[in-house]
Design a protein around this ligand. Structure first.
Ligand SMILES: [Zn+2]
Length: 481
């Protein structure tokens, strides 16, 4: 199957990643974790950009940027430097953002994602380091706001901005890219994606086919979209808006737009600036850095990343590719699976962790830590030893998440123990007696009729019978007749 991309959609992403695990901000010793802190309490003269303060670079932010670059299969610039990107904005204390210009620390990488028609390689043009401005909150919507307030806790947070080539062809591919990127970054332990503002994306979108003809589309940038789901929705809206403008022969301009999540529309903010508008200038407080000699040491300490782990799971545990993919999206899940697989049947471990446990956790919006490996091992043990049915196993997992406790106690409290052979045999005889038509159909060669009788047996045993055993019992009883 080849994806046709009928509108010639091209999507590039710029993803801002907060290195919020770097302990301190980029150029001062204020904390990089301001979660739940009161506004304007994680500050110093440096990150407020008061006159006379000088920046001291956080070493960890450099190491993290290199780690990210290597994980994105990219080249690391041996000598790199910082520039001042000037613009006036109330949340930007010194009137410029410290960023990189023509020598970004990372360039020419790639990430493989699941595309519309199989594997898709998304090229990474560059990734550069910069610092975050403060945060403005507007009263009311951004267009009609009557006032704004500023919280500088975020000011000076270390960021890496990852810029892709326009290789994505649908909103779904853009979302999968973001999911994959988040997974890689969490494996690298450079950021905590659950913190507010940890990851934001700008999407560049253009429609390049109209009426079946290839056209030179207009690139529109939608800025600061904060969730992966919102990115998907903003892109869908923007494709629709551009197609509509083309149909009505309205001019499209190269501009920056804002996505209003509540109304699900994009709104024009300003006509796109060019690099010249920012007056990039070398930052005179920061000297060029030679980082070339650190790369191999950092490479040697890189953890196993999702793709490599998936391949290993398939090889080492003999589980399906689909299960392996599902297990490696989060490192904590992969770890849970490996702990369970070490003590139970590997394939059972994969299906219980990837299907049941993951499904029940997602349904409740709970983290992996909500369940322990020992409990999952105990449930699989009870099911394998036929002490409880598979259905009851799922009930135990749900109870563990909702009420807590130990699997053995839950089995007792909910009387889930499998019923004995004699009970199943009695249920089988009853079911046969109650289903003369199904018995006749089965004897006439309709195999499916047997399922009806087995279903009745399971009903009588209230889900506490082993389905295979119930089937055997029904066959045995039918033979006796
Ligand atoms: Zn500070």
């Amino acid at each position: 199957m080849v994806y046709e991309n009928p509108d010639g959609v091209m999507i590039g992403l710029e993803v801002h990643v907060q290195l919020n695990k770097a302990d301190t901000k980029m150029f001062c010793s204020c904390t990089s974790d301001y979660t739940d802190k009161d506004a304007n309490t994680c500050l110093c003269a440096g990150c407020l950009a008061l006159p006379g303060t000088t920046p001291v670079l956080n070493e960890k932010s450099i190491e993290y940027a290199i780690r990210i670059g290597l994980a994105l299969n990219a080249e690391i610039e041996e000598e790199t430097d910082f520039f001042m990107k000037s613009y006036f904005y109330p949340d930007l204390g010194n009137g410029y953002q410290v960023t990189q210009f023509d020598r970004p620390i990372v360039k020419n990488g790639s990430v493989i994602i699941e595309g519309e028609d199989g594997e898709l390689k998304v090229r990474i043009r560059r990734a550069h380091m910069e610092d975050d401005p403060g945060k403005m909150a507007h009263f009311g919507s951004i267009e009609k706001s009557t006032g704004s307030i500023i919280d500088f806790n975020r000011s000076g947070m270390p960021l890496v901005e990852i810029v892709t080539e326009p290789d994505m062809r649908s909103s779904k591919e853009a979302r999968r890219f973001l999911d994959k990127l988040r997974s890689i970054l969490e494996y690298l332990d450079v950021f905590d994606g659950s913190r507010e503002g940890a990851m934001k994306a700008d999407a560049n979108i253009s429609v390049n086919i109209f009426n079946g003809q290839r056209i030179n589309g207009t690139r529109v940038e939608v800025k600061n979209i904060s969730s992966h789901k919102a990115v998907e929705k903003a892109i869908n809206y923007e494709i629709m808006r551009q197609k509509d403008a083309l149909r009505k022969n309205k001019a499209l301009v190269q501009e920056t737009r804002h996505y209003d999540e509540e109304r699900n529309v994009t709104i024009s903010l300003r006509v796109k600036e060019t690099a010249d508008d920012y007056r990039y200038f070398p930052d005179f407080d920061l000297v060029p850095m030679f980082v070339g000699d650190r790369v191999e040491g950092i490479r040697a300490k890189l953890p196993e990343l999702p793709d490599a782990k998936r391949d290993r799971f398939v090889r080492q545990y003999g589980i399906s590719d689909a299960h392996a993919k599902s297990l490696v999206t989060e490192k904590a899940f992969a770890d849970l699976f490996e702990s369970v697989a070490a003590k139970t049947d590997m394939k059972l471990a994969a299906s219980w962790v990837a299907d049941t446990v993951k499904g029940e956790l997602n349904y409740r919006n709970l983290p992996v830590t909500a369940i322990g490996a020992e409990d999952v091992i105990a449930v699989i043990g009870l099911v394998s030893k036929k002490e409880i049915s598979e259905e009851s196993g799922i009930i135990v997992i749900r109870a563990l998440l909702d009420e807590g406790g130990k699997p053995a106690d839950i089995v007792k409290a909910k009387s889930l123990s499998m019923v004995g052979d004699d009970v199943i045999a009695t249920a089988a005889r009853e079911a046969i007696a109650e289903s003369p038509e199904a018995v006749a159909d089965y004897r006439a060669g309709t195999e499916k009729a047997l399922n009806f009788i087995v279903g009745k047996v399971m009903q009588k045993a209230k889900g506490k019978a082993d389905a295979r055993l119930a089937r055997e019992m029904v066959l045995k009883e039918l033979e006796k007749m």
